[in-house]
Structures are given as structure tokens and as C-alpha cells.
Design a protein around this ligand. Structure first.
Ligand code: MLT
Length: 263
């Protein structure tokens, strides 16, 4: 399916029936990141999984994809689907966007699922690393971005025994367009600190982290979310890294199932 917002064509898939569940992928991925949830949760949720601007089969306009602009894209998609309130689930960059969505559209949020993400802005060195990557991608295409992510992305046990998942994740990153990677990096580099927003979150919140996530560690980033958000619960999944939904789909889906039940 596809829709247009601000002249940008956004592709999305839908599956299942039940509580609306908007699934927002991370960088540099696309909606297929959520395949285990599309397969495993469609009996209890109406899942909407877009390709964010710049990724998958969506258009990749020039310029920075700010978290606010991406939250506006999601609100426009919900309008097209006539969904007023939804659970928003975002992984990593998807979590940054989910927090931006909360700031702009709190009344539309029925619950939040924050996966392997963080509330803070980039430190200066991290921002500079993004700008350096933008230059590399301009010169060499998407491969430097995919190759830089891969070694730190997944748990040690995933790297050792799930070659299929390693290849799946690498291929997903390699097929993203340079324009999309650049737009997302520029947008993330300028994202604001959302730490003070956390105490304003009144929606029920589930934080899910891989125990071996080295990009957004559970012990620091996950704990901060769980402690600062009033009605939050933290679930840490063993043998999972930054893509915990993909690495431990059964445990991930069980946690989401339990969270959605009362909503
Ligand atoms: C992601 O998985 O979305 C990225 O790790 C986010 C980031 O680069 O900060």
C-alpha cells in the first residue's frame, strides 16, 4: 500500500486485527525488520508497518529527515487509515521518532513500546561521526554505512549461530538508498534531547532491550527510560543485541502480547 504526504510517497504494510500497533523501524532498515511481529502478533493487533521516508519502497527526498518531520509522516499515515489512537512501537531511530510523536500528538498515543533506543541527543563526537558517514556514503554509496553497523548490531550468539539473521540484516542495510541514509543521519544528528519529555509520558510504556545491545545498552539507556517514564516497565531479553525483536522474536512477542492485553 502507499500514500502521499508533503509530496513524499510512503509505502506501508498492514496485517491483522485488534489494537492498532504502529511499528517504526530503525536506521538503516525498512518495514521488513518487523517480519517476526507481522507474523506473530497479527492475531491480536492491527499492525501498520511503514517504510519511513528514505527507506524501503518509500521515496527518498533530499535534505535532513528530522524526527519531527517523520512523526508528521506517521500522523498523516494514521489520518489516511482513519486511526485516531494507536500504540506506537519504535526501535532505535524509530524510538527517537516515537518520542517526537509523543511530544506532538500525545492524545493519539494509546501506549508506547520503546525498543533498543535512547532519549538523549548525540554527543558532539557521535554527531561528527554521522557527518563523516554522510561524506562516505556520498562518495561510496550505502555499503560503508551497512558495513559500519553490522559488527555492533547483533548479539555474539546471533553472530555465531544465526548466519541467516546476520545476512538478512546486512542485506536489508545494503539495499537502502544513499539519499535515505544521508537524510536519516542528518536528521538524527540534529535531533533534540528528549530526556525531559520522559516524565511527561502518561501512556503505558514498555521498554524492550537486548541484554547484549552495545549501541543502546539496557543497563544505561533502558534503565533511564524505565526510571524516568512514570508508567514504564523494562524487559531485557537475553541473547539479543540491538535488533532484539529479530534476534529473540518469541520472547519479544510475548512481552508485547502481555503489554497489549489490557489496552
Ligand atoms: C538505529 O538502529 O536506528 C541506529 O542505531 C540509531 C542511531 O544511529 O542512533
Amino acid at each position: 500500500m502507499e500514500m502521499f504526504t508533503h509530496g513524499v510517497r510512503l509505502h506501508y504494510v498492514q496485517a491483522g486485527q485488534g489494537v492498532p500497533l504502529l511499528m517504526v523501524h530503525g536506521y538503516p532498515f525498512d518495514h521488513t525488520l518487523w517480519q517476526p511481529q507481522l507474523d506473530g502478533l497479527s492475531d491480536i493487533a492491527q499492525i501498520i508497518a511503514p517504510d519511513l521516508r528514505g527507506f524501503g519502497r518509500s521515496d527518498a527526498p533530499e535534505g535532513a529527515y528530522t524526527m519531527d518531520a517523520q512523526a508528521e509522516d506517521l500522523a498523516a499515515l494514521l489520518d489516511v487509515l482513519r486511526i485516531e489512537r494507536t500504540v506506537v512501537c519504535g526501535l532505535s531511530m524509530g524510538g527517537y521518532i516515537a518520542l517526537a510523536f509523543w511530544k506532538k500528538y500525545a492524545l493519539r498515543v494509546r501506549g508506547l513500546i520503546l525498543v533498543d533506543t535512547r532519549a538523549g541527543a548525540d554527543a558532539p563526537a557521535a554527531r561528527q561521526a554521522r557527518l563523516d558517514m554522510v561524506e562516505q556514503v556520498k562518495q561510496h554509496g550505502s555499503r560503508p554505512a551497512a558495513d559500519a553497523m553490522l559488527p555492533r548490531l547483533l548479539a555474539e550468539s546471533t553472530h555465531r549461530s544465526r548466519v541467516d539473521l546476520v545476512e538478512f540484516a546486512h542485506a536489508m542495510m545494503l539495499r537502502q538508498s544513499p539519499a535515505g541514509i544521508i537524510g536519516a543521519q542528518l536528521g538524527m544528528a540534529e535531533r533534540p534531547d528528549s530526556t525531559t519529555t520522559l516524565s511527561t509520558i502518561t501512556a503505558p510504556t514498555l521498554a524492550v532491550f537486548g541484554a547484549e545491545d552495545v549501541i543502546t545498552p539496557a543497563g544505561t539507556e533502558g534503565r533511564l527510560l524505565a526510571e524516568a517514564i512514570p508508567n514504564a516497565r523494562l524487559v531485557v531479553l537475553p541473547n539479543a543485541g540491538h535488533l532484539s525483536n529479530l534476534e529473540q522474536p518469541e520472547a519479544f512477542n510475548a512481552a508485547v502480547r502481555e503489554f497489549l492485553a489490557p489496552l
